[in-house]
Design a protein around this ligand. Structure first.
Ligand code: ZN
Length: 257
C-alpha cells in the first residue's frame, strides 16, 4: 500500500537527483517534469479517493462482519428530510449512522435527539462542511471536528469516535487532526451519488447489485429523492434478509473513554 510519508521522501530524493543531473546536463529537464507530474497524480489520487488509505487509515468496509450486515450512512443532516428517513428506518427496524454537520445539529436538536433515542449512531462531519476543507490548516480542521464533537457530547454524553471528512477528502492536515483527536476516519464502499443523479432507478442500480454484508453505503438525508430510494433499499434488504447496522457495530469500533 502506498503511503504518503514514504512516497514524499522517495519523490523528493528522485527530484533532487534528477534536478542535479539536469543541472549538470546529464539528464533532460523533461524527466523532472515527468516525475513531478507523477507525484502530483499520486497526491491527487490519495486526496480524492476515499479508499486509497494514502494519508491516513480510512475504514470503508467491514472486515470481520456478519454476512448479512451492512451499514447505511447518511451525511450532511439533520435536515427537514431526516424525519422521513427515521420513520422508514423505524418501520423496517434497521439501524443507521448519521454523519452530521455541527451547524445542522444546532439547527435541529430535536432531530438529533430522535436519531439517538431510536438507537442510531451520530458521527462527526465537521462544523461547517466547507468546500475549502482541503485547504484548511491542521488547527482549523481540528477546530471543525472538536466543535462538532462538543455538540454531540452534549446530546449523548459520550465521546464520539468517528469522523467522515466532507467530500471524502483526505490530506496531511486532515490526517493529523484526526490522529490528534483520536478519530476513526470512515469512508464508504458504495457511493450512491444520490445528490447528483436525478433518476431514482439509476441510483438504485448503483447500490442494489453490490449490496452485501460488510458494505458501507453513502447516502444523504437532504432530499425527498433519497427518502424514496431508501424505501426501495429497505424493501430489498428485507427480501434478501440483509440488515443495516450502525458503523460501530459493523467495524467493531468502541467509543473511546
Ligand atoms: Zn458531506
Amino acid at each position: 500500500m502506498l503511503k504518503h510519508r514514504y512516497i514524499k521522501y522517495l519523490m523528493l530524493a528522485i527530484l533532487v537527483g534528477i534536478g542535479l543531473g539536469a543541472f549538470m546536463g546529464a539528464w533532460s529537464a523533461w524527466f523532472l517534469f515527468l516525475v513531478a507530474g507523477l507525484w502530483l497524480a499520486i497526491t491527487a489520487w490519495g486526496s480524492l479517493d476515499v479508499r486509497s488509505n494514502y494519508f491516513t487509515k480510512v475504514y470503508y468496509k467491514g472486515e470481520a462482519f456478519h454476512p448479512q450486515e451492512y451499514a447505511l450512512t447518511f451525511d450532511d443532516g439533520p435536515t427537514l428530510h431526516t424525519e422521513a428517513v427515521l420513520n422508514l428506518l423505524q418501520a423496517y427496524q434497521m439501524k443507521a449512522t448519521f454523519f452530521c454537520i455541527g451547524k445542522q445539529l444546532e439547527k435541529y436538536p430535536e432531530l438529533a435527539k430522535r436519531i439517538l433515542q431510536e438507537g442510531h449512531q451520530l458521527g462527526n462531519h465537521t462544523y461547517t462542511h466547507s468546500k475549502n476543507i482541503g485547504t484548511f490548516s491542521t488547527k482549523e480542521v481540528q477546530e471543525e471536528i472538536a466543535c462538532t464533537d462538543l455538540i454531540i457530547k452534549k446530546l449523548n454524553n459520550e465521546n464520539n469516535p468517528i469522523f467522515r471528512p466532507p467530500f471524502g477528502v483526505t490530506n496531511p492536515q486532515i490526517a493529523k487532526a484526526c490522529e490528534a483527536l483520536n478519530k476513526a476516519v470512515i469512508g464508504w464502499s458504495i457511493r450512491s451519488l444520490d445528490t447528483v443523479i436525478q433518476d431514482e432507478q439509476r441510483i438504485l442500480t448503483r447500490i442494489i447489485p453490490r449490496l452485501a454484508g460488510g458494505e458501507i453505503v453513502l447516502l444523504h438525508d437532504t432530499t425527498e429523492r433519497t427518502v424514496r430510494v431508501l424505501e426501495q433499499l429497505l424493501i430489498y434488504s428485507k427480501e434478501q434478509n440483509l440488515r443495516s447496522v450502525r458503523i460501530d457495530h459493523l467495524l467493531k469500533i468502541n467509543a473511546h473513554g
